[in-house]
Design a protein around this ligand. Structure first.
Ligand code: NAD
Ligand code: DAU
Length: 351
């Protein structure tokens, strides 16, 4: 085994695609997936790789410093790809402290444990932190986020991710820890938890439930297929320069309402419903507090310096995503059991 790599949050949506990519493309690496298995973590996402020789799962909490410190000291990782986080903006509005603890303190614990386990000898080591375009704040109708855009977080989620980014940078400046940060736009694809826009709409269309569009549906997001995010993370981990920030995005902006309409059309065909049937489910509901108007990423640096580009266009990616959800009803059934129903009721019943 040429390298031992820790992937945190590997049982979540993006993390599971990153774990799969590394396990399959690097038989010579040893991949350790550390995840607390919160409501968002699901080992069913990794059934196809769980028995691979070069893969191991460890259940654990990044907030528990004593556990993390011992874990790093015992395992002696060569690299860390850190995805574990609380990731949903709406939940952060309900419970901001949980986001500060997991995203800031959890990241700080990993940085400190990595530094101590590497005993300040950082040759061939890397701490790679997965951040988000939301740290840049909200755009008006023009312009893009570049790596030089000042951070301006506006939700408790993005504030907590910004806090974690600051600690990552501070460990680089203060101790020379080799770090990389990447900031990606909205992901979509298989295994996406149905609290986020696209899988929630797919689930509700299947079940003939109202499609809750916040405000007027005018907000814009820049969507990237999750496997393209995983391939960007792979390229950055292998070829990125320590100390750098890389933006990742698909140059694929959609107004929420246009995206939901397109999804309705795809689903009508797939479910053999009459044209326009799903659109009738669209329901405008109370807007998200402090709802960021528009995100749009400029990923020129990553494309030019490291040669990455997205491989799947949006209509094809959306169709693949819909097919995955329709072909995996048990996965959807499991994740939308008891606790999900309570969440949905508390979030949407009085909107
Ligand atoms: P997710 O919510 O699907 O998964 C998060 C994972 O982290 C889960 O498996 C969960 O069990 C685990 N986790 C949470 N708290 C933990 C703890 N205390 N200890 C150990 N594990 C814990 O999230 P996602 O959408 O896959 O996002 C992954 C990362 O990518 C996050 O850091 C997020 O900020 C970032 N990101 C997400 C998107 C997106 O569109 N989803 C875009 C850009 C960046
Ligand atoms: O930009 C990257 C970020 O994208 C990630 O850092 C976050 O982890 C990820 O959750 C995502 O954040 P968003 O808030 O953009 O994603 P969400 O799917 O929650 O919402 C997308 C848009 O759809 C947003 O404008 C709010 C709107 N929306 C969302 C839901 C859940 C609705 O109109 N109705 C809904 O029911």
């Amino acid at each position: 085994m040429s390298k031992k790599i820790l992937i945190t949050g590997g049982a979540g949506f993006i993390g599971s695609h990153v774990v799969r990519l590394f396990v399959k493309s690097h038989p010579e690496y040893s991949i350790v997936n550390l995840d607390k298995l919160t409501y968002a973590g699901n080992l069913e996402n990794l059934r196809d790789v769980e028995t691979n020789q070069n893969y191991r799962f460890v259940k654990g909490d990044i907030v528990d410093y004593e556990f993390i410190k011992e874990f790093f000291s015992k395992e002696q990782f060569d690299g860390v790809i850190h995805l574990a986080a609380e990731s949903h903006v709406d939940r952060s509005l309900e419970n901001p402290a949980e986001f500060a603890v997991t995203n800031i303190v959890g990241t700080l614990n990993l940085l400190q444990a990595a530094r101590l386990s590497w005993k300040d000898n950082f040759s061939k080591k890397l701490f790679y932190h997965i951040s988000t375009d939301e740290v840049y704040g909200s755009l008006d109708h023009g312009g893009f986020f570049t790596e030089e855009t000042p951070v301006d977080p506006r939700s408790p989620y993005s504030a907590s991710k910004t806090g974690s980014d600051h600690f990552v940078k501070a460990f680089h400046s203060s101790y020379g820890l080799p770090v990389i940060i990447s900031r990606c736009s909205n992901n979509y694809g298989p295994n996406h938890f149905p609290e986020k826009l696209i899988p929630l709409m797919i689930y509700n269309i299947i079940n003939n439930k109202p499609l809750p569009v916040y405000g007027k549906g005018e907000n814009v997001r820049d969507w990237l297929y999750v496997e393209d995010h995983a391939s960007a993370i792979h390229v950055i981990f292998e070829k990125g320069k320590a100390g750098e920030v890389y933006n990742i995005g698909g140059n694929n902006e959609w107004k929420n309402i246009d995206l939901v309409m397109m999804l309705c059309q795809i689903m009508d065909k797939k479910l053999n419903r009459e044209k326009g049937a799903s659109e009738k489910l669209i329901t405008y509901v109370k807007d998200r507090a402090g709802h960021d108007l528009r995100y749009a990423i400029d990923s020129t640096k990553l494309q030019h310096e490291l040669g990455w580009k997205p491989s799947i266009d949006f209509p094809a990616g959306l169709e693949k995503t819909v097919d995955w959800f329709l072909n995996n009803p048990e996965w959807l059934d499991h994740v939308t059991s008891g606790a999900y129903r309570e969440y949905y009721k508390s979030m949407y019943d009085n909107r």
